[in-house]
Write a protein that binds this ligand. Sequence first.
Ligand SMILES: C[S@@+](CC[C@H](N)C(=O)[O-])C[C@H]1O[C@@H](n2cnc3c(N)ncnc32)[C@H](O)[C@@H]1O
Length: 189
Amino acid sequence: MKGDYYKTKASVEEYIQLAKDVNGKKLIEKLRKVLPARSGLLELGSGPGTDWRLLNEIYQVTGSDNSSEFLKHLRANNPHGEFFELDAITLETDHTFEGIFSNKVMIHLRDEELQASIKRQSQILGPDGIICHSFWKGEGTEIFKGLFVNYQNEKRLKKLFDNNFEILSIESYAEFEADDSLLLIGKKK
Ligand SMILES: C[S@@+](CC[C@H](N)C(=O)[O-])C[C@H]1O[C@@H](n2cnc3c(N)ncnc32)[C@H](O)[C@@H]1O
């Protein structure tokens, strides 16, 4: 079923092991160029918390996830951290932020869910709010370990974000192999 892989204790433990050497350091360095240190930042889908810990060294970061297993792990390992239970699609929060970051999280949203998320992100950002999101680069969709994965290219991302965000950059980068990923940085219109 959609999303189950991130929801059970066993699979969350497996994912944490598998992803232990992966982090978004290079992406966060790009974000740092457009979003000043100490800004209020929301991370979507913090998962194991690897990127949250890097972001926490620079920003007033709030982590979030829609998986209670990941939230348990995040809270247990970062007792001073702030973590919200949030679905990246609906983003039901009264808080506002200066930036929103995610690393390979919006890949799990279908196009109509992405559209809803993007609109909601613009609502919970202050003026000139910054977004920084990574995607798998490619065509079409697939189910991987029971998880829905939506591949993106530059043209599709421009179309999806254009109503709400000025796109500052869309760059290819290598997660596991050359040009397998895209990083989008945008500013609220
Ligand atoms: C690839 S992991 C992110 C890893 C994270 N960037 C890190 O530093 O390790 C994807 C995360 O997105 C979360 N996720 C997937 N769909 C979501 C949704 N609709 N709303 C919120 N979180 C979601 C999963 O529970 C998982 O924790």
